[in-house]
Design a protein around this ligand. Structure first.
Ligand SMILES: [Zn+2]
Length: 81
């Protein structure tokens, strides 16, 4: 058919968070959107904000949400440098 393939919108699959449910640090990507941890810094994208910002989460929460890139890799702890 004539439906466009994914290429124009971007971030279409991300869950959109309500900024009012997040703290300032969470909106800034400085804290995990789930457990508020700020260190180690959250670096996994858990979702997006209505204004296009990214909502980040720590690896553990991302894994719980099924968003971790390699959630079943036992050796992932030493993979990132
Ligand atoms: Zn977390």
């Amino acid at each position: 058919m004539c439906e466009p393939d994914t290429g124009s919108g971007g971030a279409a699959d991300l869950y959109v968070y309500d900024p009012e449910t997040l703290s300032t640090a969470q909106c800034m990507g400085d804290a995990c959107a789930v457990c508020h941890v700020q260190w180690p810094r959250p670096r996994t994208v858990l979702g997006a904000l209505p204004d296009g910002g990214r909502v980040l989460g720590c690896g553990e929460c991302a894994e719980l949400m099924g968003l971790a890139p390699r959630s079943r890799t036992a050796h992932a702890l030493t993979a990132v440098r």
